[in-house]
Design a protein around this ligand. Sequence first.
Ligand SMILES: CC(C)(COP(=O)(O)OP(=O)(O)OC[C@H]1O[C@@H](n2cnc3c(N)ncnc32)[C@H](O)[C@@H]1OP(=O)(O)O)[C@@H](O)C(=O)NCCC(=O)NCCS
Length: 418
Amino acid sequence: MEHKGFFGSFEKVWILDGVRTPMVDLNGAFAGLSPIDMGIKVAREILARTQIPAREVGSVIAGSMAQASFDAYMLPRHIGLYAGVPIEVPALQAARICGTGFELFRQAGDQIERGYTDLALCVGTESMSRNPIAAYTHRSGFRLGAPVEFKDFLWEALDDPAPDISMIQTAENLAKQYGISRAAVDEFAAASFERALAAQAAGYFTGETVTVTNERFALPGYEDRGIELPRKTGEVFLDTHPRPSPFEALQKLKPVYGGGVQTAGNSSAVVDAAAAGLVADSARLASWGRPALAQLRAAVAVGVAPEIMGIGPAPAIRLLLNRCGLRLDDIGLFEINEAQGAQTLAVARELELDLARLNVHGGAIALGHPLAATGVRLTITLGRSLKARNLRYGIAAACVGGGQGMALLLENPEWRGR
Ligand SMILES: CC(C)(COP(=O)(O)OP(=O)(O)OC[C@H]1O[C@@H](n2cnc3c(N)ncnc32)[C@H](O)[C@@H]1OP(=O)(O)O)[C@@H](O)C(=O)NCCC(=O)NCCS
C-alpha cells in the first residue's frame, strides 16, 4: 500500500538561485546574532545576486524553530521588510522542524502554482546558540517551596516526550532495527568529514556562501538593526565544523548513551546559520533570462513513528518516486540530512541507496544542522551538484523530530542528456 502523506507536483516552479551564510559551531562567532539578522543578510544577498529588485517580491516565507530573539514572532515580516520587500507584501512563517527549509519551498510552490504570486522569497534561519533558557510556568510568580522550572530549550527540543526518548535515542533504535554497527556509523561519518573537507579545499562552498561582516540594515522610517560579530572577528566566510576526522579518531569517542553507536563525532553538529532561495514562475524565469538553479518538480511530507523518526526520508522518497513515475536509478544525486549517522544509514539501507550518490559534498555530521536553514542548504547544494555533474534529477530529504519525513524532487534545467 502506498504511504499516506502529502504529495504535490509543480509544473511552473523554479528556484532561481540560493545562498547561505557559513555554518558556525554553537557559541561561535554567530552566537550573538539574532536569526532575523542572519535571515536579512541572506535575503538581501539573494536579491543582490539575482539582481531582482526587492520591490518585485510578492511573498515572503520564512522559518526558524528556536524562539531565539524577543521579536521572533515578527521574524518573516522583519526579514522581508529589511530586505526591501514592499510593505503590502504578506509574510508567512512555516515550520516542520528539520524539514522547515523544504516546507518553505513547498509553500512557495503551492503559492506560485495557484497564482498567488510569481516570486517568493524563502528564508530559513536558525540560531541554535540563542535557544533560550526558558520558564513557562512562572508568569504568576514563584510560590514558596515550589520547584523553579527554568529549562534549556535546546536540550529539551532534542527530546520527544511522547516516546520519552531523545533524538539520538531514535537513531539508536534504528541502529538496532537495521543492525547498524558503531564501525559502520563511524565509517559513514569519516566519509562525511572527508567529503566536506575536500569540497571546502576545492572552494566548492564559496559558490553558495556569503561572507558575513559587521553591517547595519537600514529601513527608512524604522529602527536600524544589523550584524555585530565578536570584537576580534573581522569576517566569517568558512563553515567551522569540518575538521580532519579519520575513522580511528572517531572510534575513540564515547557514545552519548552507553553501548550505543552515536557519538559527538557521528551526529549532526549543532550550528548557527541562515539560507535563502528565490522561487519564481515560468514567465518570470523567462523574463529573468538566466538559467535557474533548479526546477522544483514535486514535494512530499509523511508521518512515521516518533521513536524511529529518522526513517522519515525513506517513505517520503518512495512516495515521491511512485507518484512521479520515477525509479531510484533515475535519481542522479541524493542529499539526505545527516541528523545522526545511524539514522541516515538506516534510510540508505531501507532504500538500498548507493552511498556514492548520497551527500557527495558531505552532510550535517561534518557541516552542521541549523534546523530551519538545513532544507534550504540541502536544496541549494543539490541544485549546484546536479549542474556540476550534468545529472537530471536529484532528491533532497530530511527526517523530522516527532516522526515525519520530507522530500523534494529537483530537475536540473541545464541537463544536456547522458
Ligand atoms: C551528540 C551531541 C549531544 C554532542 O554534543 P556535545 O557533547 O556538546 O559535543 P562536543 O562538540 O562538545 O563534542 C564532545 C567531544 O567530542 C569531540 N569531538 C566531536 N567531534 C569530533 C570529531 N569529528 N573528531 C574528534 N573529536 C570530536 C569534541 O572535541 C569533544 O571532546 P572533549 O569532550 O574532549 O572536548 C550533539 O552534537 C547532538 O545532540 N547532536 C545531534 C543534534 C540533533 O539530533 N539534531 C536534531 C536532529 S533530529
